[in-house]
Design a protein around this ligand. Structure first.
Ligand SMILES: CC(C)(COP(=O)(O)OP(=O)(O)OC[C@H]1O[C@@H](n2cnc3c(N)ncnc32)[C@H](O)[C@@H]1OP(=O)(O)O)[C@@H](O)C(=O)NCCC(=O)NCCS
Length: 270
């Protein structure tokens, strides 16, 4: 195992998150011991996140200390998880108007917890530890109501908003900077085996309840309306809506995932 003991480096995101937790501990004394345990007792974002996720993912038969060792190892040996979860936290902060600081999603958003737990499961899967990866998939599903196969490939800067009932299949691919709302399925049709799940290119916004089925491609910077059933490829920079989904126009925003504009083809009124 790699030796990951190193001096913490300057990490602006962590400093901001820490400060927000400190302020919250002063404002709400009932939360102070919780905030100390999860954030304020730690020196790095990696350390705090590993502690936080281990507490959630552990069970009576797999104790928090053991779970913590697994997560620490994933964070230490993966050369990209740290960059990914920082990009995810920034994505939530920038795109979700309810996330008024970094501490809020870190502490309380189950879409963030599910995604980072998946990142650990994906690392285990790629390292050949498929049994433990599947165990984590089951825990993530039980705890957060989000079912992501550990083999799925998910980029960075991902927002899974609300997160309840999101399902992402084994051969699905999600590129960087994608926003996904609750009750989205990236699933198979049951008609083909092997590579059978959607490929979602960068910058896409997928509305609540959309079902994207089969090995179809959602082109970059497209938008899928809430409740759509997508069964065919969607070209880049398109808005698709309906059951089955049809192209109905072009997104107003250049990057729909960033703009989070839920209106189909119009600018958001501020
Ligand atoms: C599998 C499925 C997509 C249809 O597959 P199929 O039998 O091969 O049918 P096709 O894709 O050829 O579609 C036949 C027609 O029905 C339409 N259609 C297919 N599924 C549809 C759906 N869910 N809702 C509305 N229309 C649908 C198609 O658009 C097509 O219309 P057209 O003939 O006017 O072009 C559909 O039955 C389905 O939704 N299955 C459930 C899959 C699922 O839940 N997966 C999640 C796994 S996690």
């Amino acid at each position: 195992m790699k030796n990951c003991k190193q001096e913490p480096v300057e990490d602006t995101l962590w400093l901001k998150l820490y400060k927000a937790a400190e302020e919250e501990a002063k404002r709400e004394p009932i939360l102070a011991s919780y905030l100390y345990a999860i954030v304020l007792n730690h020196k790095t974002l990696e350390e705090a996140l590993a502690f936080h996720l281990a507490g959630k993912l552990a069970s009576s038969s797999l104790q928090p200390m053991l779970m913590r060792e697994v997560i620490d190892q994933a964070f230490c040996e993966s050369n990209k998880i740290g960059e990914e979860f920082r990009a995810d936290l920034k994505a939530i902060h920038e795109r979700d108007p309810a996330a008024y600081n970094f501490a809020e999603p870190f502490l309380h958003y189950k879409g963030f917890h599910a995604l980072q737990s998946y990142r650990v499961a994906h690392w285990l899967w790629k390292s050949g530890r498929k049994g433990l990866a599947s165990h984590l998939q089951n825990r993530i599903s039980e705890l957060f109501g989000v079912d992501i196969h550990p083999a799925a490939q998910i980029g960075k800067g991902i927002l899974i908003d609300h997160a309840t009932s999101v399902v992402i299949g084994e051969t699905a691919v999600i590129e960087d900077d994608v926003s996904i709302l609750h009750e989205v399925t990236l699933g198979g049709t049951g008609n083909i085996v092997g590579d059978r799940h959607p490929k979602v290119r960068k910058g896409v916004l997928i509305g609540a309840g959309a079902k994207i089925l089969g090995n179809v491609e959602i082109g970059e910077y497209s938008k899928i309306a809430a409740g759509s059933v997508v069964l065919t490829n969607i070209p880049p920079h398109s808005t698709a809506a309906g059951v089955p989904a049809k192209i109905i126009g072009k997104p107003f925003a250049e990057i729909p995932a960033h703009a989070m504009n839920q209106m189909l083809n119009k600018p958001r009124k501020r």
